[in-house]
Structure formats: C-alpha cells, structure tokens
Design a protein around this ligand. Structure first.
Ligand SMILES: C[S@@+](CC[C@H](N)C(=O)[O-])C[C@H]1O[C@@H](n2cnc3c(N)ncnc32)[C@H](O)[C@@H]1O
Length: 265
C-alpha cells in the first residue's frame, strides 16, 4: 500500500462508524439442513439465491457507512450459488481491509472448480469449514484440498448444536441479560437491511408452520447513517426476550432437521 493510499484509507475509516462483524446469505437454502439451524434454512422449501446486483448495491452502500472487521459469506450453503466468485469479488472490493470468510459445510468443496480456489487466493478470502458428522470420512481429503490451494482456513467441529429460542413459551429472558450474554455481534445483512442476529430469518418459520412469531426489526441501510446503524446494533431488541440460549445454553448432538417446530423451541 502506498503512503497516499494509507492516508486516504485512514481518513475514510476515521469518518465511518464501525462494527466488528457482519454475516450475509448468498442463498437461503442448504444442502445439509441441520436440526435447529439458527438461520432456519431447513424451512426454505425453494432454492432462494441472493441477487448479485442487489447485494453489490447493499455492500457498497454499507461500506460508505460502516467499517467492519470481519465479514462472513454464508447462507444456507454459499457454495450452492453459481455466482459465488462474484460475491467474493464485490465484497473484497467494498471492504479491501476486512477479514472475509466463506462459511461452508464442505459438502461441495471437493467439487469446486479451479476458478473458485483462484478467486479465494486472489481476493485473500479465508474458509470457515463447519465439520459435520456425516462428512467424517472425507475430513482429511477436504482438509488436504484446502491446504493444497493455500487458503487459510478454520475447521470448526459442528457435532454439538444448540437451540436459541423460546417461541411458544411463557418464559421470558431479561432483554439486557440475554443481549449481554450473546452479544458476539451476529449482525446480518439481508436484502438492504441489517439485523442484530439471524433470528431475522424467523419469517421462514412463520411461512412454513403458518405461525405468527414476532420478527426482529431490521434497519434500512439506505435510510440510516452509519452512526445510527451502529447504535441500533448496540442495543437489545425486543426479540431478545425469546433467546434463552445465551443465558441457559441447551445443547444436543448434531442431526438432520425433521422440520418440526419443536426444533426451534
Ligand atoms: C447457518 S450455517 C451456514 C453456513 C454453512 N452452510 C455451514 O454449515 O457452515 C453457519 C454456521 O452456523 C452454525 N449453526 C447454525 N445453527 C446452529 C445451531 N443451532 N447450533 C450451533 N451452531 C449452529 C453452523 O454450524 C455453521 O457453522
């Protein structure tokens, strides 16, 4: 980086508000469908891809308002998107200095073409690989593939899952307590709005189960300033009262979803 670029970068950063973390869906559907998925992906009945043009506008707009330390491209399963390379490119162009990950269950990693690996290298992208039990026999082959491509990666064991919500329960968690316990910054960008956490996808449960659960508020990234967006994200939302996971974690061995409402309760 030249001195001038550095100065311009610091000036731009100085003017922006900042958040530590953002995640976003490249598609809402998944090829694994975990029980109690916090993104409600098993309840997405049709392939649902994020539109590249809308995403490009969103991420470019956000980049003028908020500096972000870590961005994770996920879903659903992001490798299902035929334009995954383009999402990577526009994210890196909007955020040249952030840590950017593709978060994947690894099911498709061995089938990804060379241009995918080349794109990861070119745009300095890391892989977060969630290691699920059904792929156990392939772990070493997948790991070798990532290493051969010289991509920095984190392999996270995903054999224990948790449920974060208490829909349909009379219990209510103290908002501040829940927010404080969970707030590791799971900000989600979805279709022009940012949300405090992936509970924003609860609308999938409403559609699938014909239910009427409260849907967390989202904030229009075109309407609000960076400071306002940052302030919204720094406070509990009323939906936090359903979140028992952070305060009283309940976990169980990973399994495939049977698409039962109880999985999210
Ligand atoms: C929703 S997945 C989407 C990305 C990709 N399909 C994957 O499986 O890594 C993102 C991350 O959330 C984790 N996750 C989702 N629901 C969870 C739950 N109920 N308990 C623990 N981790 C969960 C997954 O294991 C994964 O690491």
């Amino acid at each position: 980086m030249s001195r001038l670029t550095k100065v311009l970068f610091h000036l731009r950063n100085f003017n922006r508000s900042r958040i530590s973390y953002l995640e976003t869906h490249l598609c809402d559907h998944c090829n694994l469908n975990c029980k109690s998925c916090t993104h409600f992906c098993p309840l997405v009945t049709e392939p649902t891809f994020t539109d590249l043009e809308q995403y490009t506008r969103d991420i470019q707009t956000l980049s003028k308002k908020l500096a972000i330390r870590t961005i994770r491209l996920m879903g659903g399963e992001p490798l299902l998107h035929p334009k995954v390379n383009d999402f990577i490119r526009v994210t890196r162009e909007a955020y040249p200095h952030s840590r950017i990950f593709v978060v994947t269950n690894g099911l498709l990693l061995l089938k990804m073409p060379n241009d995918f690996w080349e794109t990861l290298r070119q745009y300095r992208i890391r892989i977060h690989w969630s290691k699920y039990p059904p792929l156990k026999d392939k772990f070493s082959e997948i790991e070798q593939r990532i290493k051969d491509a010289h991509i920095p990666y984190h392999g996270g064991d995903a054999n224990v899952f948790g449920t974060f919500s208490a829909f349909g329960s009379d219990e209510s968690t103290d908002l501040k307590e829940a927010f404080k316990a969970c707030h590791n910054g799971c900000t989600n960008l979805y279709r022009g709005k940012i949300y405090t956490c992936p509970a924003c996808y609860v609308f999938r449960a409403n559609n699938y189960f014909h239910a009427n659960h409260e849907v967390p508020e989202g904030w229009d990234i075109y309407k609000y300033s960076g400071k306002e967006l940052q302030n919204f994200l720094n406070k509990p939302i009323s939906f936090c009262r359903y979140c028992h996971h952070a305060v009283h974690p309940k976990s169980f061995p990973w399994e495939v979803s049977k698409r039962k409402a109880e999985e999210w309760m």
